[in-house]
Design a protein around this ligand. Structure first.
Ligand SMILES: Cc1ncc(COP(=O)(O)O)c(C=O)c1O
Length: 359
């Protein structure tokens, strides 16, 4: 079976280093917010060309804390509207709701799956104060256009980069990352981070993630406990230097998929510029998605659906269930994610391609 994502194989080359690091972690006896977190925050800030990195518990918390910090600083107010792509993982939407803000859904383009910049302005009202841009599946959203719209409408831009580690970003914005194990940079458990160039925001974020405390037992904000775990930071320190190479391998696989898959029943994703994609996922579309998934499975190829139900149709978000977002709904009905990771072999990729071409 060709796994959609073989995490064991992916992490195997680091095993000796993980074990050695775990031993020194045990010997050291410092378990929370220690040198490993500090080192990772410095390295990831440098890697991301950012002034600050704040390690947090997961990607959802990274988003919630960015929004809450902006509320603390008066840049946003509870009840403000935040534009968000309708086609995203539910975490993007949950973060807005958890910060007592109101999500307003914007449809994507069917070619890129990312937010359609041409549909943003019609959603802006006097209550719209921010946009949460998502670089879905690892592809940069159309930031030139989005930046221009936001500048002329005075909107704050926050980026959900949970699926986009290693992407060359565009603009001086605060970004949220997830280190969930399956991400391009994955921990061995949960983890997340925020990058920002804003000194004041960074100070609030360092405090918010740690009970709103800047020094022990002195609390300035109503914060949360969402710290990047010390051991996960240690694992991430080992993996970060390999991220660019792994992303290059993903790109090579995507190039093969794009040039060699040829079947008129299958729509391939559009990638106009390989510098703007880190291929967290390679997502195709087909009319009878379940049939294709079964077919691939019968040939030993595991696929995953990202995602089967859009956020606005989820039971948890009942107040939005009445919305009609046809492009998003079509995408959710038709998408299928092919095996994609840096440990796929040439033979496995060839098998996926040949099998798809004879469907
Ligand atoms: C687009 C997007 N945003 C946010 C998240 C939340 O990250 P986490 O699972 O680390 O909370 C994820 C990942 O699951 C995601 O894919």
């Amino acid at each position: 079976m060709i796994k959609f994502l073989d995490l064991h194989k992916l992490n195997k080359p680091f095993e000796t280093q993980f074990l050695a690091k775990t031993k020194s972690f045990l010997d050291n006896g410092w378990y929370v917010l220690g040198e490993e977190v500090k080192q990772f925050e410095q390295s990831f800030a440098t890697f991301s060309n950012s002034k600050h990195c704040i390690g947090v518990g997961n990607g959802l918390d990274a988003l919630v804390l960015i929004l809450k910090a902006n509320i603390h600083l008066g840049n946003l107010q509870k009840g403000d509207e935040v534009l968000v792509p309708a086609n995203t993982y539910i975490a993007s939407v949950l973060s807005i709701l958890q910060a007592d803000l109101i999500p307003v859904f914007v449809e994507p383009t069917i070619e890129t799956y990312n937010i359609d910049p041409n549909l943003i302005e019609e959603k802006i009202t006097s209550k719209t104060k921010a946009i949460l841009v998502v670089h879905l599946y690892g592809q940069l959203a159309e930031m030139d256009k989005i930046n221009a719209i936001c500048e002329s409408n005075n909107l704050l831009i926050i980026e959900d980069a949970a699926q986009a580690h290693g992407l060359t970003f565009n603009g001086n914005h605060t970004r949220a990352f997830s280190f969930y194990p399956g991400k391009n940079l994955g921990a061995l458990g949960d983890g997340g981070a925020i990058t920002t160039n804003d000194d004041v925001l960074a100070e609030v974020l360092f405090s918010l993630r740690n009970y709103g405390s800047s020094s022990k037992y002195k609390n300035d904000f109503i914060g949360v406990n969402s710290r990047l775990d010390e051991l996960q930071a240690a694992f991430l320190n080992i993996k970060l230097p390999h991220l660019n190479t792994e992303n290059e391998t993903r790109k090579k696989i995507a190039k093969r998929y794009l040039s060699e898959i040829n079947n008129n029943k299958i729509d391939l994703p559009i990638c106009n510029n390989f510098n703007n994609h880190v291929f967290h996922l390679f997502v195709i579309r087909t009319e009878n998605r379940d049939k294709l998934q079964e077919y691939l499975n019968s040939y030993g190829i595991q696929t995953v659906i990202h995602y089967p139900i859009p956020p606005h149709k989820q039971k948890a978000l009942q107040e939005f269930n009445h919305l009609s977002l046809p492009i998003t709904e079509k995408i959710h009905q038709e998408v299928l994610s092919l095996p994609m990771s840096s440990v796929l072999t040439d033979e496995e990729i060839t098998h996926v391609i040949i099998t798809l071409n004879s469907y």
